[in-house]
Design a protein around this ligand. Structure first.
Ligand SMILES: NC(=O)c1ccc[n+]([C@@H]2O[C@H](COP(=O)([O-])OP(=O)(O)OC[C@H]3O[C@@H](n4cnc5c(N)ncnc54)[C@H](OP(=O)(O)O)[C@@H]3O)[C@@H](O)[C@H]2O)c1
Length: 326
């Protein structure tokens, strides 16, 4: 089968299409004929070598397609069934065939959902629900601030917050061109990230936000902490800016009644596959019913390097997916 591999860590140019053996599912697994593979910031990090994996490595943490074969001890899934799936525990989504745990699969039968959209759900939409529900433990009416609100995961977090009962939902973006896009994803307020410190009081009536989700890092991490209300929670879930880590003073948290938590979908899916699968199926249902809007742009698999370049430029909005069979 064809797959895009990372033969050596480096820039986007290291990605190359190669031939691999078709993987077979083991106990509790299924193999999937991939129609589309989501392209994410996560694969850029794998490609750069931020995550130490044996090489060559086929990246790709999510796919849509049809079940090809079902391993022993799998119930409720059958060959030919349309599915969306997380392939985040072992990677391998940029391929014609991928194997993953049956726990991390969402059936699509009977749903009004294209396979291109379905490929964009497993990572970002599932993460959005889990970050707010499990890490931030959102309560009805709470205010939420999300950074990079027009991006892949940012576009899903505001909508998931609303579905989970949030009150006002605000987003930040890096530049004015993305303000309209973020608003289109349902954010009540959208501000430039650089202007956030001056805007928090007006946005929250002087109280601060109950929840701030930061996947940008660097200066945004410090302003996120400052923007929290008493008993507020900052969720750290990425470092898209590539800045050095930002230290947080435990004493500051103590004196100001603030909390900081982290969320990582790969580690969560490895530790709690059944919970990750439930959140995936919830996200799929929300997208199919129209409660969750996704914006998808398609590129062919052999343009994976171009997808990575665009993601690294920070200029994309919504989600890029790589087409294998359309
Ligand atoms: N922890 C998890 O489980 C998990 C799951 C999904 C995603 N993530 C993380 O969330 C972040 C966003 O992922 P995504 O898939 O949504 O990617 P994305 O759509 O490409 O969003 C990244 C956004 O970050 C902002 N950004 C700020 N500085 C940047 C820089 N130097 N280079 C590139 N982008 C920069 C840009 O938005 P502005 O123009 O608005 O600044 C950019 O659009 C990544 O850090 C990713 O690792 C984590």
């Amino acid at each position: 089968m064809k797959a895009v591999a990372i033969p050596a860590f480096g820039g986007a140019e290291v990605l190359r299409v190669d031939e691999f053996e078709v993987p077979e599912p083991g106990p509790g697994q299924v193999s999937i004929d991939v129609a589309y593979a989501g392209a994410n910031f996560a694969e850029v990090l794998y490609r750069r070598g931020v995550v130490d994996v044996p090489l060559p490595f086929v990246p790709g943490i999510e796919v849509s397609g049809h079940v090809r074969a079902v391993g022993p001890e799998v119930e409720g899934l059958r060959p030919g069934q349309p599915v969306a799936a997380l392939t985040i525990v072992d990677g391998g989504g940029y391929a014609e065939v991928v194997v993953t745990s049956a726990d991390l699969v969402a059936p699509l039968d009977g749903l009004d959902l294209g396979l291109d959209i379905a490929a964009a759900i497993p990572s970002n939409s599932t993460t959005a629900f889990l970050v707010l529900d499990r890490a931030a433990r959102i309560e009805p009416g709470e205010t939420v601030l999300v950074h990079a609100a027009a991006g892949g995961v940012g576009s899903q977090l505001g909508q998931a917050a609303r579905l989970l009962g949030a009150g006002r939902v605000a987003g930040t973006v890096g530049g004015p061109a993305k303000i309209g896009t973020a608003r289109g994803f349902g954010y009540d307020d959208v501000v430039l990230r650089d202007e956030l410190p001056d805007r928090v009081a007006a946005l929250t009536g002087g109280r601060g936000f109950d929840i701030v989700v930061d996947m940008v890092g660097g200066p945004a991490r410090r302003t996120s902490l400052d923007a929290l209300a008493p008993m507020g929670r900052m969720i750290v879930m990425g470092n898209a800016s590539g800045a050095d880590d930002v230290g947080v003073s435990a004493n500051e948290l103590w004196f100001a009644n603030k909390s900081v938590a982290g969320f990582n979908l790969a580690a969560f899916s490895g530790a709690f596959p059944a919970d990750a699968g439930r959140a995936l199926r919830r996200a799929v249902a929300a997208a199919a019913s129209g409660d969750l809007r996704l914006q998808v742009e398609e590129l062919p698999l052999d343009q994976a390097a171009e997808a990575h370049r665009r993601i690294e430029s920070g200029a994309t909005t919504g989600k890029l997916v790589l087409a294998l069979r359309g």
